[in-house]
Design a protein around this ligand. Structure first.
Ligand code: MTE
Ligand code: MOS
Length: 770
């Protein structure tokens, strides 16, 4: 809390910062990484490959499920320029990748479980030779039955993990309900479509294995390389290169991609690069979990929610890897940002013969919110009530309890987002008008959806949920903030810079934020779960708490004024009592160095510990962001084509550190969500994905982007720095049901399955019995 005054030398544990200290926080300053990205000088992994380097190419399974009878590498090895071909037998360490469920073999040995699974690594003097040779590795298979999608028939035999949430008594809840709706909702998988495909460059010729990779999670890469090569962590230096988008897709996959490259370099004792082609990347890397959710909700005659029952199935793909974490979030998010006295949710991740499903922006929440927010609209229809009204009756507020029994604090801005979105979009009037549209060829619709999303890694990930920074001053008085959470386009570097400048009282040009490597900073966890602003802000606070008093003490001696009267403002130490007394920070630091003062401090922040009991009830996360989106669409009733015309996106992400980058997150999330709602669709034929390219796999383009109005309802989140929460994922999850509810408003039929391609919508419009 930033109440009154700023006194670092007192015994107080928490740092206290006055409101006036917010100089850069809240400003839409230019991104720290803008220039290098616009000019094209940023160094992505493929830009750092030296000429003295070999190239690796992965031999992949062409079968969705098969026994491997034989791997014949002789023809490949005979090609000039081929250095070696490595298989599971060449692994010095453990042949399993590290993950929540560590069941994925690093290189398949006896069996393959999806098309694209890694079997062997070809190392050659050029990328072209490696590619030709990879084709010549002959794998003999004995094919086995496979499953691509979730269907309920044999689900019991294919469960990877299950997670439940139960509170109150749903039977009595439904008994007290005057209105009940029940439906099944399905969502498709999704490709991350980052601009930069996956890749790594490894030099294992020295004592330290030097890994450079496009990754959100350098410490995951470090652990995997260590496990697969059988070397300790202090021998593995992982540096994230500039990441050309991650969206969750560079959370788990780089762990094995970089390790494949590391094994190659380690074995041939030469630097090796491994850069995926786009078709290979789409075919073989993780995707969003496809889902099937059965949901039943009930409300009394006044519209008060009484009970929710849901069963969530996620298509986990071939191996467990990260599915338990995604399932945990889906189960906890499916009740939405509402008060529910009686709750029962059962979640299952199901094994199929696809690449292991992975982290993807929203992490189970888009699937969950599509189900609940559609069901709420169905209930509103049944009750003849405005969908916003029904949400206002039940929405979470300060001090109220979530479905999991988590009593919230004073940072719940959900209802404010609903009210603001309602007035901004003129919702009620349009909603009624569009409902009454005549039978015309082109119809309009408007839809609303509430959204919420947790921050942080939850109870399961708590052990690695922390923020670590190393702060230091150069001899000329500039601040270096060393960290190892990753900038992947979300604007992390910029908001960290703003927070650091205000926490230390510096001019922003005197602050440098530098991403360092895994050997230079202790494991600070993954760059996921919209947690970076929170954990980094707090870590900098803690470091400042130790570093600032040193500066003030030195300045006190020079200015002959007690430290408690001094403050750092605009990179100068000034007296708060006698304004004429001031000295540039440069001089204080120079003087301090002369006295051998150590201007370096570590900030180590541990967030509040989440917990749940065996029923899933407790405090599963340390915070929640809230939102309301309204979408206005146009539907061509003849062809099923949808145009999203306008979106009003109102967000409570606490204090907004940078309104420009935050709006960018909302806009980008909306467009990525539109892809999941309307376009993105994998096509499989005989267990093989056939549209692994951006010609046949359709993502939104600039021409599809609607007019987007973003508004922030700023609450104050006590655990966040300056009161901030996260914003990176919630927009994607909230927009989807807003769009499908708008379509349902236009066509007077319920959308229950996404992506809603024009073909699907064409047939839905013509379906009679709905
Ligand atoms: N925005 C861009 N431009 N690129 C990305 O890769 N990843 C998203 C989101 N926004 C992503 C992005 C995902 S999946 C997460 S978890 C958050 O950013 C992480 O950001 P934060 O931890 O800095 O809030
Ligand atoms: Mo984001 S899916 O948590 O990387």
């Amino acid at each position: 809390m930033y109440k009154e005054g700023f006194n670092l030398l007192s015994e107080e544990k928490t740092i206290i910062i006055t409101k006036e200290k917010e100089k850069y926080v809240g400003m839409g300053i230019t991104r720290a990484d803008a220039k290098e990205k616009v000019k094209g000088t940023a160094k992505y992994v493929r830009d750092i490959i030296p000429t003295r380097c070999y190239y690796a190419k992965i031999v992949r399974s062409t079968k969705p499920h098969a026994k491997i009878l034989k791997i014949d590498v002789s023809e490949a090895l005979a090609i000039t320029g081929v250095i070696t071909v490595l298989t599971a037998d060449d692994i010095p360490g453990v042949n399993f990748v590290d993950a929540i469920i560590p069941d994925k073999p690093f290189l398949a040995k006896n069996e393959v479980n999806y098309v694209g699974e890694e079997i062997a690594i070809v190392v050659a003097t050029s990328k072209e030779i490696a590619e030709i040779a990879a084709e010549k590795v002959k794998v003999t298979y004995q094919e086995l039955p496979y499953k691509i999608s979730i269907d309920e028939e044999d689900i019991k035999e294919r469960i990877i993990c299950d997670i439940g949430l139960e509170k109150g008594d749903i039977d009595s809840g439904f008994k007290n309900s005057d209105f009940v709706v029940e439906a099944t909702f399905e969502t498709g998988s999704q490709e991350h479509a980052y601009i930069e495909p996956q890749g790594a460059f490894v030099d294992a010729t020295g004592d330290i294995i030097d890994v450079k990779a496009a990754t959100q999670c350098p410490y995951y890469v470090q652990k995997n390389v260590s496990k697969i090569l059988g070397v300790p962590l202090n021998k593995v230096k992982v540096t994230a290169t500039v990441v050309g988008g991650g969206f969750g897709g560079k959370e788990e996959d780089p762990s094995w991609i970089a390790a494949l490259c590391a094994l190659a370099s380690y074995k041939v004792k030469y630097p090796v690069a491994l850069i995926y082609n786009r078709d290979e990347d789409i075919l073989a890397t993780s995707k969003r979990h496809e889902s099937l959710t059965k949901i039943k909700i009930g409300a009394d005659k006044d519209g008060k929610f009484q009970a929710i029952q849901a069963t969530v199935y996620l298509n986990g793909g071939a191996y467990g890897t990260i599915s338990p974490a995604v399932l945990f979030l889906a189960v906890h998010m499916v009740p939405g940002p509402y008060c529910w006295p009686n709750v029962k949710v059962d979640g299952y991740a199901v094994k199929t013969n696809r690449p292991p499903s992975g982290a993807f922006r929203g992490f189970g929440a888009p699937q969950a919110l599509f189900a609940i927010e559609s069901a709420i609209d169905m209930l509103a229809d049944k009750m003849n009530m405005s969908p916003i009204e029904l949400r206002l009756i039940n929405g979470l507020e300060n001090k109220r309890e979530t479905a999991a029994g988590h009593q919230l604090g004073n940072d719940v801005g959900f209802k404010e987002t609903l009210l603001k979105a309602k007035t901004m979009s003129d919702f009620d009037k349009k909603w009624l008008n569009y409902k009454a549209q005549k039978d015309v060829a082109i119809k309009r619709g408007i839809g609303v959806a509430g959204g919420w999303l947790s921050m942080g890694l939850g109870p399961g990930g708590y052990l690695e949920d922390r923020g670590v920074v190393l702060t230091q001053f150069t001899t000329d008085g500039k601040l270096l903030v060393h960290l190892n959470l990753i900038e992947m386009g979300q604007g992390m570097q910029t908001v960290v810079k703003q927070m650091a400048a205000d926490i230390f009282g510096l001019n922003i040009n005197d602050v440098e934020v530098i991403v360092i490597d895994t050997l230079s900073l202790p494991d600070t966890g993954p760059t996921v779960a919209s947690r970076t602003t929170l954990v980094m802000g707090n870590a900098i606070m803690i470091a400042a708490q130790k570093l600032k008093p040193k500066i003030l003490r030195i300045a006190a001696e020079i200015l002959k004024e007690p430290p408690k009267n001094l403050e750092i403002i605009d990179s100068a130490v000034v007296s708060l009592i006698d304004k004429s007394k001031s000295i540039p920070l440069t001089e204080v630091i120079r003087e301090g160095y002369a006295k051998h003062e150590a201007f370096i401090e570590l900030g180590w922040y541990v967030p509040p510990k989440p917990f749940v009991n065996e029923k899933g009830v407790g405090e599963p996360f340390y915070g929640y962001a809230f939102a309301t989106h309204v979408a206005e669409v146009q539907v061509d009733m003849r062809t099923g084509k949808v145009d999203v015309l306008r979106v009003w996106a109102v967000h409570d992400s606490g204090k907004i550190i940078n309104p420009v980058t935050a709006s960018g997150q909302v806009e980008g999330g909306i467009v990525q969500g539109m892809g999941l709602a309307l376009y993105e669709n994998f096509v499989y034929s005989n267990g093989v994905m056939v549209n692994n390219n951006f010609t046949d796999y359709i993502i939104p383009s600039v021409k599809d982007v609607p007019e987007i109005k973003v508004f922030f309802v700023e609450t104050f989140f006590e655990e966040g720095t300056f009161g901030s929460k996260g914003i990176g994922e919630i927009p994607l999850a909230t927009i989807i049901p807003a769009i499908t509810n708008a379509i349902s408003n236009a066509i007077e039929k319920r959308v229950t399955k996404i992506p809603l391609t024009p073909e699907d919508l064409y047939f839905l419009i013509r379906k009679n019995n709905q």
